[in-house]
Ligand binder design. Structure first.
Ligand SMILES: Cc1ncc(COP(=O)(O)O)c(C=O)c1O
Length: 391
């Protein structure tokens, strides 16, 4: 664990949900505040004359760390925006199929269903196993859903409710062997897993800077492979749509400006990455390694105390770990943990309610004691639920 004072969490709060919206070290928030002050001193200079150059500086900084060429990296506020943009950019005919998964992020799965509705395409939701015996079981399940009509596969690098690291290289190889384009939702991957995005060969990859790289909220990216850049456009149409510029790709011109917004979260990404690098003597590799180890130890402690089986092999765990709980209402339990025990942790309804999961995160401000505190609180709350049910 690192010095807690650099984090802005409320005193006494056990924060086990880094995964949802990340957390930003204070020095990075101060950096963002200074950028905001600079913007307010002359918004025209900042947003009209300088923004493009400032965004290019960020692009050049993140490109080698993501393993992607700078010119393929568009900035977006969040992965939902990126997924909607890609879906709106692809040509679909009635009967074409879009494959996605039951462990996908609900917002993105909704975007698939909506695009399918508009185009006459068929949304094919693949039920992934959980508990899952091996990573190859996921690949096999997906492959069995591919047909000659599959046009796109949307798949998470790290699944949202279940925190599984999927065997993305194998999945991509199988999809490409069948001529299927792949959009990877890697919202959780940057800062959790080493990335070589271009080497994956996929058409699109989106990820968040504001989760495991601890940037201020609203900073994400969409990588697009070169052959797809001409047709990939933001879901929001703005000035770039009729640009006559020849010095810059329309892809970048359009994504760089999708209407007035506060770009300081994005512009703080290099400061955030440097802050995360400084959290461990081995830099980000050390942060990722220690977070994974803590997530596994935390999960195993909970599993033992609650007498539940860990739902996946260790090689499918990064900095997030989910565990199924005895059936019951999800949100009341989450709120009870927050109100009565001062623990912030997600409890999700999964598949058919009342099935539910608890998902823990591990970031540098966490320690094994946090999971111990959660185990005790869950023992109490689950016992109270049982008592109520038996009354
Ligand atoms: C897998 C996955 N995709 C996308 C997102 C992005 O969510 P949003 O676009 O709402 O920030 C998340 C956030 O938790 C996620 O877990």
């Amino acid at each position: 664990m690192t010095d807690k004072s650099i984090w802005a969490h409320e005193d006494g709060l056990t924060f086990l949900n880094h995964g949802s919206f990340g957390a930003t070290p204070r020095p990075v928030l101060e950096h963002q505040a200074s950028l905001r002050a600079e913007m307010e001193r002359d918004p025209i200079r900042f947003l009209v004359d300088e923004l493009e150059q400032r965004l290019d500086t960020v692009r050049a900084f993140v490109a080698p760390r993501l393993g992607a060429p700078a010119e393929g990296l568009a900035f977006v506020p969040n992965p939902t925006f990126a997924v909607n943009s890609v879906l709106a950019s692809i040509a679909l005919s009635p009967g074409d199929e879009i494959v996605f998964t039951s462990h996908g992020y609900n917002a993105c799965n909704n975007a698939v269903r909506r695009r399918a509705e508009q185009s006459g395409a068929v949304p094919v939701c693949v039920e992934l196993p959980f508990p899952v015996a091996s990573a190859s079981a996921v690949t096999e399940r997906l492959v069995s859903a591919f047909t000659e009509r599959t046009r796109l596969l949307l798949v998470d690098h790290v699944t949202s409710p279940t925190g599984l690291v999927l065997p993305i290289e194998d999945i991509v190889r199988e999809a490409h062997a069948r001529g299927i384009d792949v959009l990877i939702d890697g919202a959780h991957a940057p800062g959790m897993l080493p990335l070589s995005i271009e080497r994956l060969g996929v058409a699109w990859y989106t990820g968040a800077f504001h989760k495991w790289l601890c940037a201020p909220k609203g900073a994400s990216f969409l990588y697009t492979r070169e052959d797809k850049r001409g047709a990939t456009r933001p879901i929001v149409t703005s000035h770039g749509a009729n640009t006559t510029r020849t010095d810059r790709s329309r892809y970048l011109v359009e994504f760089d400006w999708t209407g007035t917004h506060d770009p300081t979260a994005l512009l703080s990404v290099p400061a955030a990455i440097e802050a995360v690098e400084a959290l461990h003597p081995d830099g980000i590799a050390g942060v990722m390694r220690d977070n994974r180890e803590l997530a596994l130890r935390g999960r195993d402690l909970l599993a033992e105390r609650l007498e539940r089986e860990p739902p996946c092999p260790d090689d499918m765990v990064g900095s997030l770990a989910a565990l199924s709980l005895p059936a019951g209402p999800a949100d009341p339990l989450r709120l009870a943990l927050r109100r009565r025990h001062r623990i912030q942790v997600p409890v999700f309804a999964f598949r058919q309610a009342p099935e539910r999961l608890v998902r823990v995160s591990a970031q540098r401000y966490n320690a094994l004691d946090d999971y111990e505190h959660l185990a005790r609180a869950l023992e109490l709350e689950l016992a109270a639920e049982l008592e109520l049910a038996l009354r």
